[in-house]
Write a protein that binds this ligand. Sequence first.
Ligand code: THU
Length: 158
Amino acid sequence: MSYKIEILLESYESPEGLNASDRALLDLAFKKLGSGHAPYSGFHVSAAVRTQSGALYVGTNQENASYPVGICAERVALSVSNMQSEGEAIEVMALVYRDPSGHNAQPLAPCGMCRQALREQTYRQKKPIRLIMATEGGSILATANADELLPISFTLKP
Ligand code: THU
C-alpha cells in the first residue's frame, strides 16, 4: 500500500486577491520588514500574526554573532503572540522577506524548524493556522493549514 500526500496552496498575483483583514496583516508584516537584527545575512524576515480576538503581533529575525543562536521571524512571532495574548489561538500568519541579493520573486517558505514550531502551535491551540507567504513584488502563496507543510512530523502527542 502507498499513500500520496497533497498540500492545497492558494496562489495570488497580488494582495488584492486577499480579504481585507489578511491584507492588513500583510501590510503590518511589510511595515516591520527591515526592523529585525540581520547584520550577518542581510536577509530580513517579518512574520505578523492575528489571533482569534483580532490582536496583531509581529516577529522579525534576530541574528547573533554566534550564528546558531539566531532565531527566525516566525518563531519570534509565535513566542510574542503566545506571551502577549496569554495563549490565544493564532488564526493567520503573514510572512515576508527581503533578500539583499535581489532574489525576491518567490514567496518565502518557512524553514524546517519553524514548520515544527508551527506544528506545535497548531497542536496547542487545536485550530489550524492560515499561512500567507508573500513577496514585495506581489505574488503570494497561502495555505489554510501551516501544519500541512510538515507532513509525517515528529510529535510526542498524537
Ligand atoms: N529566516 C527566517 O527568519 N525565517 C525563515 O523561515 C528562514 C530564515 C532568517 C534566519 C536568518 O536570520 C536569515 O533568515 C537567513 O537565513
